[in-house]
Write a protein that binds this ligand. Structure first.
Ligand code: ADP
Ligand code: ADP
Length: 228
């Protein structure tokens, strides 16, 4: 059962750049999809449109159960993790993770169990009262993953989340992400330009090419780890 479908989605920016041409993709519950391709092939553009950040120039993005509309005030449907952790430096880890719930009007006290649950998932519950500057790059990325998870999104969108980290930290986070995905059965769309990362992580690889950005292949990965 698809959670969301891109149907013949194209995106041309106002400067004439064709970022994406005729992309169709059906995302099923529990899939770990990688969008794999070189810089400029439209991966981020596709991901941002899935998040409701920008509209297709043609084609459509369909949420079959009608749960999501762009700019949805509920905001519970989608978690987004950017390449940069984008944490508020003046706020504790706890308050950073609270933010998406706070925006929905949920008080700190009411949000506490969910914040602590999200921090526990990423192994940082002991750091709730720390500030971002006290954390390593990998830990900051974990906080931003917790912040994306705290609303219990039905789909987690990740835009080259570990690209800025050193290789050892990156591999560790990849392992943790895989473990969490297997445990909780999340639906993940993961943007990467690393063939290794896409094969290591995903259950399906969507291969893209640039100029214009488009899908050129789709590969179901038959990996040893169990599927969601
Ligand atoms: P739209 O066609 O959606 O109106 P714009 O061309 O107005 O998009 O640009 C929107 C934003 O994207 C601006 O902040 C702009 O600085 C930024 N931007 C412009 N060109 C690029 C590019 N090649 N890559 C990434 N971002 C860009
Ligand atoms: P990727 O994530 O695969 O590197 P992007 O989706 O960021 O690719 O960009 C696809 C193409 O669209 C690139 O040529 C990029 O420069 C262009 N682009 C991205 N955002 C904008 C924008 N806001 N305005 C104009 N061009 C853009």
């Amino acid at each position: 059962r698809p959670i969301v479908r891109l149907e013949h989605v194209s995106k041309t920016f106002s400067n004439g750049t064709i970022a994406l041409k005729d992309m169709s993709l059906s995302i099923r519950a529990g899939e770990f999809i990688s969008l794999l391709g070189p810089s400029g092939c439209g991966k981020s553009t596709a991901l941002r449109m899935l998040a409701g950040l920008g509209e297709p120039s043609s084609g459509s993005i369909v949420w079959p159960d009608g749960s999501h509309v762009a700019g949805d005030k509920k905001g519970g449907d989608i978690g987004f993790v950017f390449q940069e952790p984008t944490l508020m430096p003046w706020a504790t880890v706890f308050k950073n993770v609270w933010l998406p719930l706070r925006l929905k009007g949920i008080s700190q006290a009411e949000a506490r169990p969910r914040i602590m649950e999200a921090l526990e998932m990423v192994g940082l519950d002991k750091f709730a009262d720390s500030y971002p500057r006290e954390l390593s790059g990998g830990m900051k990325m974990r906080v931003s993953i917790a912040r994306a998870l705290v609303t219990r999104p039905r789909i987690l969108l990740m835009d080259e989340p570990f690209a800025a980290l050193d290789e050892i930290t990156r591999q560790k986070l990849n392992d943790d992400l895989l473990r969490l995905w297997e445990q909780f059965g999340w639906t993940i769309v993961f943007v990467t330009h690393s063939v290794f990362e896409s094969v290591y992580l995903s259950s399906r690889i969507v291969v893209m090419a640039a100029r214009p950005g488009r899908v050129i292949d789709e590969i179901e990965v038959d990996a040893p780890h169990p599927r969601g």
